[in-house]
Ligand binder design. Structure first.
Ligand SMILES: NC(=O)c1ccc[n+]([C@@H]2O[C@H](COP(=O)([O-])OP(=O)(O)OC[C@H]3O[C@@H](n4cnc5c(N)ncnc54)[C@H](OP(=O)(O)O)[C@@H]3O)[C@@H](O)[C@H]2O)c1
Length: 259
């Protein structure tokens, strides 16, 4: 049996469990299973590993993407730079290998941390970029904003973070005006605002200044078209929701677990 899973809390609606269970069925991996492990307290993480010796890989979601790094034996350089891990590869050493390597420790697991959110975001954003998308606004300053910032840095796109608690370099929502929106044609929502069932909510930006040159990317994927995207579309902007990013980060996790 090869077991995979998701840790986070609360895990009310797990996209990953549904996605991987369907994938295993479709691709005929009868000896594979994916389980959601609701984990209120990270201290209980080692217990999950002990109780599930068949675990080969885990996804990590809120609120543990940062805290989980403490348990890793190795962290991929990109995940280190982002400072968040959402995918763990679990390598199970065979006792015979430990014998020959002279390893005396009873711990047989090696945990490698990766960040696949950044990959999912980069691959889904790139095809939409025009040469005038050189400056961006990132709405929200949480875990997902870190992965987005990493990708924008990599793509050489200058960005400003917009936060309700702006200090120093960030902007406040009240500071946004026509001059700023005219210059920053890529706007990425990394807040949960507008997620089902709060369908009428949207980030507090001056939508009247949006144009057909704007590209609005919402990490939210439920509903398919958030109020943020709907208002952008009405002004002629190109819009993109977070669904492809979600699928890409899951597929990248699968690649890492099987590499
Ligand atoms: N599509 C994907 O693959 C994917 C991947 C990762 C995350 N996501 C989605 O991205 C969203 C954010 O995830 P996260 O892990 O970054 O969450 P998070 O760490 O809780 O951060 C969200 C940030 O949004 C801002 N925010 C929260 N509530 C707000 C409100 N009522 N009004 C305005 N701003 C608010 C906050 O920034 P300030 O306090 O600085 O304003 C907060 O730091 C979630 O909806 C998640 O599902 C999607």
């Amino acid at each position: 049996m090869k077991k995979f899973g998701l840790i986070g809390y609360p895990l009310t609606h797990s996209f990953s469990k549904k996605y991987f269970t369907e994938k295993f069925q479709k691709e005929g991996f009868e000896d594979h299973e994916y389980e959601a492990f609701p984990l209120p307290n990270l201290n209980e993480f080692p217990e999950i590993l002990k109780a599930n010796p068949d675990l080969c890989g885990l996804n990590v979601t809120v609120p543990h993407k940062i805290g989980i790094m403490y348990y890793m034996d190795k962290i991929d350089p990109a995940a280190k730079e982002i400072d968040a891990v959402n995918c763990i590869k679990i390598i199970n050493h065979h006792p015979v290998e430990d014998f020959f390597s002279g390893e005396l420790s009873s711990l047989k697991l090696r945990l490698e941390g990766h960040n696949t959110d950044a990959y999912g975001f980069e691959m889904s954003l790139k095809p939409l970029l025009q040469k005038y998308h050189t400056k961006a606004l990132i709405l929200g300053n949480g875990g997902a904003a870190r992965a987005v910032s990493y990708v924008l840095n990599k793509l050489d796109i200058n960005f400003k973070i917009v936060s309700r608690r702006a200090i120093r370099k960030e902007l406040n929502y009240t500071q946004l005006n026509n001059d700023i929106l005219k210059e920053r044609l890529l706007i990425i929502n990394t807040t949960p605002v507008g997620t089902f069932p709060n369908l009428e909510a949207c980030p507090d930006i001056p939508y009247e200044f949006l144009t057909s040159k704007h590209l609005l990317y919402d990490l939210v994927y439920n509903p398919e078209e958030t109020e943020f995207l709907r208002r952008g579309r009405e002004k002629g902007a190109i819009t993109k929701n977070g669904l492809q990013m979600l699928h890409l980060q899951a597929e990248r996790s699968w690649e890492i677990w099987n590499s």
